[in-house]
Design a protein around this ligand. Structure first.
Ligand SMILES: [Zn+2]
Length: 363
């Protein structure tokens, strides 16, 4: 029996971006916070200082980012549990478990699939949900409602509609390529304690532990694809790169990037690192050298703040005074450079982390 697991983890990248943003929003600057309790003249006149506005926005942004991060991590944990269960299912030869599949159906129509099983006889899409509480699937209203044990009610975009959109997308994708593979789907609840009060009609909702049985119920059908072609298709479906043109998080969430904390921040304790003359960077707390912290600083600016940066912008963000030092740093990183000095600008060459050129091993 051949078992393949082709994995790409864009969710991990999402978690990385949100984690970096959370770090840059956890702002404890004694000079900036609560510097006065007596209202200033501006405040009495109703004119807020920029500083105060930024502090307010920062607080809002931190709440939002922490909430998003929590949800992504919960989702990630659910996917892990389902992946574990999938490993226990005995798949026929030439079947593949694909995770985090992202397919552009056509311009402006993109689908993201948490997990799917691709076999020579069918494709099965699994929309994984890790939600505690009681679920009501309100298909007509396009909502899934969750009631928690303490009575708190939350609304989600309808899980069934999400799955339906993926099913339609994949069918269109196959149809356009002359692939006659049947496509099935199910919402999979990772959490065994989730209760379902109102079931949907359109697509099945199953618990993780029912996956094996559900899968067996589909295996009657005859193979459609030749063995080699299934493997090729699995490769194509997972071969996409993370998008290099993704918007920086501040732009995506519509916050000015000025809310981000500046400086080179220690990767261990998030404190500001100090520049040691002729000896690079060091955290005053951990005493560790900060070469990686400087790299992360430039990456933070590009994944959170601005698509395109200049030497001056990077100096301001990392609080590095020397123009030439910044020039050297930027030239050592694997970035796309355009324009001639002093108008040189830099952007990301590809998706994922930005690395030092010397750390990139040639493949
Ligand atoms: Zn430190």
């Amino acid at each position: 029996m051949i078992r393949h697991t082709l994995e790409l983890r864009p969710l991990d990248w999402e978690i990385h971006r949100l984690t970096r943003m959370e770090v840059r929003l956890q702002y404890e600057d004694a000079a900036a916070s609560d510097s006065h309790t007596v209202p200033t003249v501006e405040e009495m006149l109703g004119i807020h200082s920029t500083d105060k506005d930024l502090r307010f926005l920062r607080k809002k942004a931190l709440e939002k980012v922490s909430d998003l991060l929590y949800r992504k991590k919960t989702g990630r944990a659910g996917e892990e549990m389902v992946a574990q269960t999938l490993q226990e299912i005995i798949l026929p030869d030439n079947s593949y478990i694909l995770r985090n599949v992202s397919i552009t159906i056509r311009h402006g129509y993109r689908i993201e699939i948490d997990a799917m099983i691709l076999s020579p006889a069918f494709a099965l899409i699994l929309e994984v949900k890790n939600i505690a509480g009681t679920l009501f699937f309100k298909e007509e209203e396009g909502k899934t409602i969750r009631v928690q044990n303490d009575g708190q009610t939350d609304e989600f975009d309808c899980h069934i509609h999400q799955l339906d959109r993926q099913l339609n997308g994949l069918m269109q994708y196959f149809h356009a390529r002359g692939i006659r593979l049947p496509v099935y789907g199910a919402v999979v609840l990772a959490n065994q304690n989730t209760r379902i009060k109102q079931r949907p009609n359109l697509h099945p909702v199953i618990y993780r532990k029912q996956l094996a049985r559900f899968y067996r119920s589909l295996t009657e059908s005859a193979p459609v694809l030749p063995a080699g072609k299934t493997g090729r298709l699995a490769e194509i479906l997972t071969s996409r790169e993370l998008q290099a043109d993704e918007e920086p998080l501040c732009l995506q969430l519509e916050y000015p990037f000025e809310i981000l904390r500046k400086g080179v921040l220690c990767l261990e304790c998030n404190q500001k690192c100090e520049a040691i003359r002729g000896a690079g960077w060091r955290c005053p707390n951990c005493k560790k050298p900060g070469r990686e912290a400087v790299r992360q600083g430039v990456e933070d600016l590009l994944i959170l703040g601005e698509n395109q940066i200049t030497n001056a912008l990077a100096r301001d963000f990392l609080e590095i005074r020397s123009n030439s030092m910044m020039s050297i740093l930027l030239s050592e990183l694997d970035l796309l450079r355009t324009g001639k000095p002093p108008a040189t600008s830099y952007r990301r060459k590809h998706a994922g982390p930005i690395r030092f050129k010397e750390d990139i091993t040639s493949r």
